[in-house]
Design a protein around this ligand. Structure first.
Ligand code: ASP
Ligand code: MG
Length: 454
């Protein structure tokens, strides 16, 4: 029997019937699994908005709680027919919902949002779906148990909002087993002082990967509502190819630079133990034998070298200009230290003789500008930010070593008269990326895709 950790996400949990579909998938494995589940689609955002509202408005505590309770009740009724079972499970849901109500009320009473309470509240999306899935599995006679991150001692480094798993401190393997069908809420872990700490938005992929690592799983199976990794976004390119195999590095670059299939941190825990990630598509559901994409150390060489072209609009540039800024020691260090202090994550840095370009997430850009303005010296003659840009990433092993590939990428783009603002080749062994105006994004993606996948 293979040891399998399975992850279901919000995209698998959109309608009341979706849980039923997951049950079919779980049954089709014909063996016990460790299942990591995220919140229902949109619930984390809903809770996030609710937290803000309840600060000022007591009524929204009640309204929000009613909304969530009704949602869960509807799902329950769709998936469990016996009235006694419905009542019994609803009691458990109510218990959770009442806890949530108390925390929301607490926020209302103090009129502000302590970080640790915010994180705790946001974890209720996952707590509720994990409770429901466990109960419904049991109703179907599948004998499931629920274990929470606090039960399995999934310990984090403790920084709120974007915590990482601390493998040395975690005690997962002692508290979890592959012999019993087990459901675990994703998205959070527990700090060494016992506080709920979130693993970043979309973080239940990362929870599942961390658990797979701690448990020395044979596979991490991630179920999605899409075809797996593709050579390009089906909404933009003509006839994208399905990518059956990717290496960890390729998948990480694609995830980091925009492909929304995986949380960018998912691959990192699995590289060292070499646990393959298999991406499945729920719409070809019962087929637990046929992953759409397998991510592992094994690489598949394409004649074209290029495997996929992806993009992200969540990039902005902070540009420091001045004669010789690229040569002047210390400038970059000053700025990056200041940004780090303001907990702003730098996505990439591209330097030239006369400018330093720091790539950041869009939502950090204005703060980064303010922070930097205060620390720059007289060598910097201009400080600018650029917003309406897109980053295009072209990914594939061998992209740097194979003569002519980069030339083909940039040649194709320039023949279409698309203006490239910044290019970076060489920072990653498997990716080349460049920046264009957002209005040129689709044309650039299409052009490159046509060039390599005619
Ligand atoms: N529910 C969380 C989020 O929306 C975590 C996840 O979906 O993986 O960010
Ligand atoms: Mg999600």
């Amino acid at each position: 029997m293979k040891k399998i950790v399975v992850k279901f996400g919000g995209s698998n949990l959109q309608t009341d019937e979706d849980l039923g579909r997951l049950l079919n998938i779980i049954e089709a494995y014909h063996q016990p699994l460790i299942i990591v589940i995220s919140a229902f689609y949109g619930i984390t955002n809903y809770l996030q908005d609710l937290i803000w509202k309840v600060q000022y408005d007591q009524h929204s505590v009640h309204a929000g709680i009613q909304f969530i309770r009704r949602l869960k009740q509807n799902i329950l009724i769709k998936n469990v027919s016996k009235k006694e079972s419905q009542d019994r499970i609803l009691q458990k849901i109510d218990h959770l919902v009442e806890e949530l109500e108390r925390y929301l009320m607490g926020i209302h009473l103090i009129g502000e949002i302590p970080k640790q309470t915010e994180e705790l509240i946001l974890s209720y999306g996952e707590r509720l779906s994990s409770l429901l899935l466990t109960e419904i599995l049991n109703e179907k006679g599948l004998n499931a148990i629920e274990k929470k991150p606090e039960d399995i001692k999934l310990i984090t480094t403790g920084n709120f909002g974007n915590a990482e798993i601390d493998y040395k401190a975690s005690r997962v393997a002692e508290n979890l087993s592959f012999d019993t069908l087990t459901v675990i809420p994703g998205f959070y872990g527990i700090s060494s002082t016992g506080k709920v700490t979130l693993l970043g938005r979309g973080g239940s992929d990362y929870s599942a990967a961390a658990i797979a690592r701690c448990m020395k799983a044979d596979y991490l199976d991630i179920w999605k509502d899409v075809n797996g990794f593709m050579s390009g976004d089906p909404k933009i390119v003509k006839s994208p190819r399905n990518l059956e195999r990717l290496t960890y590095t390729e998948a990480a670059e694609l995830a980091y630079f925009g492909a929304k299939i995986l949380h960018p941190r998912t691959v990192e825990p699995l590289i060292e133990p070499g646990i393959p990630i298999r991406i499945f598509d729920v719409s070809s559901c019962e087929n637990t034998q046929k992953p759409r994409t397998i991510i592992s150390h094994e690489s598949q060489v394409y004649q074209t070298v290029i495997k996929s072209v992806t993009f992200s609009d969540d990039f902005g540039i902070l540009q420091l200009e001045g004669p010789g800024v690229g040569m002047k020691p210390g400038i970059l260090a000053h700025v990056t230290q200041a940004l780090d202090k303001a907990t702003i994550n730098i996505k990439s840095v591209i330097t030239a003789q006369t400018s330093i370009n720091i790539l950041l997430s869009l939502h950090d850009l204005d703060t980064a500008y303010e922070v930097t303005r205060k620390v720059i010296s007289s060598v910097v003659s201009g400080l600018k930010i650029f917003k309406d840009i897109s980053l295009i990433a072209v990914v594939g092993h061998g992209i740097l070593e194979t003569p002519g590939v980069a030339a083909r990428i940039f040649g194709a783009v320039s023949r279409k008269n698309i203006n490239i603002k910044i290019i970076s080749v060489g920072a990653s062994p498997v990716a080349a990326y460049f920046i264009v105006d957002k209005s040129d994004r689709d044309r650039a993606v299409k052009t490159i895709h046509e060039e390599f996948f005619p």
